[in-house]
Design a protein around this ligand. Structure first.
Ligand SMILES: NC(=O)c1ccc[n+]([C@@H]2O[C@H](COP(=O)([O-])OP(=O)(O)OC[C@H]3O[C@@H](n4cnc5c(N)ncnc54)[C@H](O)[C@@H]3O)[C@@H](O)[C@H]2O)c1
Length: 326
């Protein structure tokens, strides 16, 4: 049994990673500052589920505040850190880049320095497919040039990867850097397309599409991501690993599948494409297979069914969740 410090535990991926760890019999020390980057009701719902489970304890703490996060280290011990706490929206990062750097760079640096101080050697860090920008040939391989990010969000994640490497080199930290590709699943993020499409179609609200809807994403089911993240707790030295579905799909195709599952038609409202968004993604997952023995197991159709089922079960409050861009 391992005791893991999991930051961003009330977040979308954090919630599923916590469940996966607990299911394997590990202890989870969850940290989250419950910020209002998106509707907090979703974070509170996830936290409520986790608080009912044995082996989970929660600290409300901000990783970018060294005093606050140091207190968590004084009160508990861990064998490893999984850092999923982040500001994660691509388009929102253009409006306020500073908060992205506070959490994604300073916050992560605080955690790494506390690892060194307290002798915790294993660090799993969430990174992103957004780093591959517009210039990388597909499928994206981990050794591609990532020096031309399109958004402040991607830039902050690039900086965090480099800091991780310096801590590996200087302090012998064992770091698994996981570049996730468009993650979707139950209790997902309301600033991402799949949660929005389901709510908007189910509630007869206008479905906003940025650009022509032909943009492609390598959608990856959240339970596959959780399994890959937990398997990355093994010792690797320093490795950057893509975790992606390996099946790029056009956004319009996803919308059509959701319409079919709900038995309703979307009222589409076309908006200009967002310059911070990349046109298409696709993960080369050879490395995930060879290092982690990982490959995705859940198809897009199975995953979408699980999302719709979750929404219908939680509809009484999920239909109120704020999915606007403000
Ligand atoms: N969802 C995706 O498709 C995707 C893709 C690539 C990478 N990622 C990365 O995966 C990680 C998890 O993403 P997610 O989709 O679950 O996002 P999320 O926003 O749902 O989860 C992040 C959580 O971190 C918390 N948090 C943010 N700043 C914090 C701080 N300073 N201190 C403590 N807690 C803080 C938030 O309250 C939130 O609950 C992030 O690092 C994100 O960049 C996600």
């Amino acid at each position: 049994m391992t005791q893991v410090l999991l930051t961003g535990a009330a977040g979308f991926i954090g919630f599923h990673v916590a469940n996966h760890l607990l299911g394997l019999g590990h202890q989870v020390v969850g940290v989250d500052n419950l910020n209002d980057a998106y509707d907090v009701r979703l974070k509170l719902w996830r936290l409520d589920q986790l608080n009912k489970r044995d082996g989970f304890i929660y600290f409300r703490s901000d990783i970018s505040d060294l005093v606050s996060i140091s207190k968590v280290w004084k009160e508990t011990n861990f064998d490893a850190v999984i850092n999923l706490a982040a500001r994660a929206g691509v388009r929102q990062s253009v409006k306020d880049p500073w908060v992205y750097f506070e959490t994604n760079v300073t916050g992560m640096l605080n955690l790494l320095s506390l690892c060194v101080k307290n002798g915790v050697e294993k660090f799993v860090q969430a990174s992103t497919s957004s780093l591959y920008g517009a210039h990388t040939p597909r499928p994206f391989k981990e050794d591609a040039d990532i020096s031309r990010p399109l958004s402040p969000y991607a830039a902050s994640k690039g900086a965090s990867e480099m800091i991780c490497h310096s801590f590996h080199h200087m302090h012998g930290m064992d770091v698994s850097l996981l570049r996730y590709f468009t993650v979707f699943g139950p209790a997902g993020r309301p600033d991402m397309s799949i949660f929005r499409f389901i709510q908007w179609v189910a509630e007869d609200l206008p479905v906003i599409i940025y650009g022509d809807g032909e943009q492609e994403r390598d959608f990856t089911f959240v339970e596959d991501i959780a399994r890959g993240t937990v398997s990355a707790l093994r010792s690797v030295g320093y490795e950057v690993i893509n975790l992606g579905g390996d099946r790029p799909v056009k956004l319009m195709e996803v919308l059509r599948k959701i319409e079919a599952l709900l038995g309703k038609s979307a009222k589409i409202e076309w908006h200009d494409s967002a310059p911070a968004d990349v046109r298409a993604t696709w993960a080369d997952i050879t490395k995930a297979g060879s290092i982690l023995g990982w490959e995705p197991q859940v198809s897009l159709d199975q995953g979408l069914e699980a999302c719709v089922e979750w929404y219908q079960k939680e509809r009484a409050w999920a239909n109120q969740v704020d999915t606007s861009d403000d």
